[in-house]
Design a protein around this ligand. Sequence first.
Ligand code: BES
Ligand code: MN
Ligand code: ZN
Length: 482
Amino acid sequence: MNVHYSTASAADAAVGLLAVGVSKADANDLTRALSSLGDLAASIAASIHTHDFTGAAGQSIIVASLGRIPARYIAVVGLGESSDDEYRRAAGAAGKEARERRVTSAALSLGDLSPAQTRAVMEGFAAGNYRFDKYKTRERDQKPAVEDLHVFGAADASVQDKTQAIIAGQTLTRDLVNEPAAVIYPEALAQVARDLANDQITVTIWDEKKIVEENMGGITAVGQGSDRPARFIHLHYRPTGEARQTVALCGKGVTFDAGGLSLKSSAGMQTMRCDMGGSGVVLGVFRALADIRPDVEVHGIIGAVENMVNGNSFKLGDILHIRNGKTVEIHNTDAEGRLVLADCLSYACELKPDTIIDLATLTGAAVVALGEYYSALFTNYDDLAAELHRSADDAGEGLWRMPLPDFYKDKLKAEWADVKNVGGRAAGSTTAALFLSEFVEDGIPWAHLDIAGPTFFNTAFRHFRPGGTGQMVSTLTRWLTD
Ligand code: BES
Ligand code: MN
Ligand code: ZN
């Protein structure tokens, strides 16, 4: 999507769809609120019932311009009380209408925009305009994406390049999460990583034999029950000058989670192609870094596996040897993400980064606790938590800090090995995070993001369509580059 900042009159925009924003306060006098449309304002106002349009954020009403202005359709979109997030959702509604109407160019006339609002409307429009419809074959289901977006009233052009890079990253993440597991399996994910290599990004892939040689007992065990062999993926972005900091991002890359021998129900595994969401965010962030080229060094570390059932599946009671030397007793093969991440985190510590952040669709408990808006943040580093909260606020993404107390580690005590891989139902997302902490060296600032809720939506929510959302790409890219 190309974004153009326009200063001309919105009513003259020769686009498929022109979205005009109206706040709640202005919704009772639509003729005035739509005055930028000239003569057309009164006719549109007369055709819209006041109860139908309250100006609530995300609300939209479509009217055909019937040739009275160059734009083919006009979308009247609600701006609510005009917060940045309401602008984001208004733009999302415009993006959705544009896709439904099959237009490939659109314009946003939402009033004067601050830099934060400019970013918000670009990201919101892209999310609303996104659809994963490549497997629809009927012509009437084929709806192209918008190629050219004209934004009126934008503050300045300085936010544009970075926001476009973030949108490209989010789109990659959404596509990877939405693709069936038959398409995105471990080697396919490795190929996506290879394709991101450039003059500043190197990519190293280990196959299943090398993973064994490298003492990655967690990735090996989870991956061995599948005909699709595991891959370990290491992306490395180096700035041209001196790096301000070195960061490691670790992503859970379970391309399908059937649960293993602790098999999930059909309903439970229906959407488990989304279980590589953490690695999808890592790849999306690297897609953005390739364009933004910040002065931080970034490692992207991904354990890519399928958690399946065959004659070689790992078993309950097995004892795994994780790369850092610790042993894990298996009590449930469906608690597999933490085993994969244990090897990734151990490897990340060897790189001696200043900070480690891992992302994983790790627990159903995080979904139960926080729903689809909030990613669960676990860290004992208050400064890091504050920084991530700031970036999430800028990105309009939800983050909620959860407790990580040492005393719950007792729940992970094992009879035969150092720890077991489940800690019971109570505080399920916290015990998963405590499990991960066993594989992070003391003294390295580390945060774990359980993104099980925000990664994939079963139904439309806020400005998102059903499916992969790409959430946390914006938060992390902003955290790395702001
Ligand atoms: N991938 C799932 C978690 C998940 C659930 C992600 C729902 C997205 C939506 C994870 O591997 C899992 O199965 N976790 C188990 C852990 C339990 C066995 C301790 C869970 O949450 O039930
Ligand atoms: Mn699982
Ligand atoms: Zn899983």
